[in-house]
Design a protein around this ligand. Sequence first.
Ligand code: SAH
Ligand code: SF4
Ligand code: F3S
Length: 441
Amino acid sequence: MRKKYLHITTFGCQMNVHDSEQMAVLLAEQGYEQTEDSTKADCILINTCSIREKAEQKAFSELGRLMKLKEKNPDLIVGFAGCLAQHLGARVHSRVKNVDLVFGTHNIHRLPEMMEAVQKERKPVTEVGFSSSLHSLGIFAPPRDGAISAFVSIMQGCDNYCAYCVVPYLRGPEKSREPEDIVGEIEKLAGCGIREVTLLGQNVNSYGKKSGRGDDFVSLLKKINEIEGIERIRFTTSHPKDLSNELIGCFGSLRKLCRHIHLPVQSGSNRILKRMNRGYTAEEYLEKTARLRRVCPEISITSDVIVGFPGETRKDYQETIDMMEKIRFDSVFSFKYSERKGTAAGALSGKVPEAEKRQRLKELQALQDRHTQEKNTSLEGSVQEVLVEGPSRNSRQDMTGRTSCRKIVNFEGRPELIGRTVPVRISRGYLHSLRGKQISS
Ligand code: SAH
Ligand code: SF4
Ligand code: F3S
C-alpha cells in the first residue's frame, strides 16, 4: 500500500503547537506519516490562530496557497483547524471553496472520525462545538525520536476576559485536568526519554481553583518535581493577578523548577491596566517581580506588552517604558493592539492611529533589545547548566541547548551529549543566544 503523508502548518502559541502534535498522533494511527513537503501530502491541516488580525491574514494566505495544490490533486484533503476555525466555523466554507474539514479547539479528538466522514461522503465537515469534557487535552503525543522536551496541557480555556483578548471565546471556559492524569502523562513521557516538560495553560496560576478539590498549581508542581527522569519543569502562561507568594517561593525551593517566568504585564499604566481588565496595578506587578528576584536572584523574567490599546496616551505609554526601565526584562514579546470583534475593547473609544502604534512599538523594541543585550552580556564568564537539545543549526561542530533561564547556548560538543545537562562557561552574550565552552563537571 502506498504511504500516506500529512503536512501540518501551525500558526499559534505553544498550545496551538501542542494541538498540532496531537493531530499528528491521531492521524499516525490512520497510517499518515508527517512531511515538511506540502506538495507530496495526501492531507494538509492548517492549525490557525486568531489572536491578532495579522495571524488571521497569514492563515488565509496559507490556505489560499495550499488550495492551489488541491486544484491539481482533487483527492487531497485540506483541513482548517484551531482558533480561527473555531471563530469562523462554517463561514470558512463560504470564504474559500472546497475546504474539506473545519474543526475547532475542542474537537481535536474527533479528527479520525471526521477524516473518515470526509473520505466516505466527500462533502465538507464542520465541527466547532464546545464540550465540557477534556478529551482533546488528554491525547498522548509520544515524543519524536531523540526529543528531550515536551508540552503537557494542564488546563483548557480561560475565564479572565482581558478586554482585548479573543481567547476565552475560542478556547471556552477554564477547566483543569485531574492531577493524576497530568502526573501519569508526565511519567509516561519520562519513560520515553523526556527530560523537560512545559506545562501549558492560559493562566496556569489558577490551575485547580475551580475543582474545589484543593489541588492547586503549587501542589501540582510539587508532585511533578518528584517524577523520576524529569529534570526540568517549565510552565506558561502565568497571570500576574494570580501569582501567589507560595508559587513565588517554589522558585527557591523546587529543585527542578527552571529559573524563568513568563509574566505578561501588557502595560505599565494603571489607567490602561484597568481598561484592559487585568486585575492588578503596576505597583503590584513591581512588587511581585521584586519578590521573585529576592527568592531567586538569577531568575529570568520575560513578558508581553501591548502598545496602542484604546485610550493609551503618550503618558500611559511612557509609564510602560518607565516600568521596563525599572524591571529590565530578559526579553519581551511586544505587539500593536489589534482590534478583535466581540471583545470588550472593540467598543472602547480613543483608538490610537496605526502610525503612532508603529512608532511606539519601534521605540519599545529598541529599548528592550538594549536590555536583552545587557542581560546576556552580564552572563559572560558565568557557568550555566545547559540541557543539550541537539546539533546547532549554524555549525556541525556545535551543540545547542538551553540554560535553566531558557537562554539558548551554542558550544562545541558531540552528539553524545544530547539529553544531558552539562556545565558551560559563557564566553559571549549576543541578543538572541549565548556562546560558551563546556567545562568538565
Ligand atoms: N493567556 C496568555 C497569553 C495570551 S495571548 C496570557 O494571558 O498571558 C499572548 C499575548 O498576545 C498576550 O499576552 C497579549 O500581549 C497579546 N495579545 C492578545 N490579544 C491581543 C490583541 N487583541 N492585540 C494585540 N496583542 C494581543
Ligand atoms: Fe487572553 Fe487574558 Fe485569558 Fe490571557 S488571561 S488568554 S490575555 S483573556
Ligand atoms: Fe492564537 Fe488561540 Fe493561542 S488565538 S495565541 S492559537 S490560544
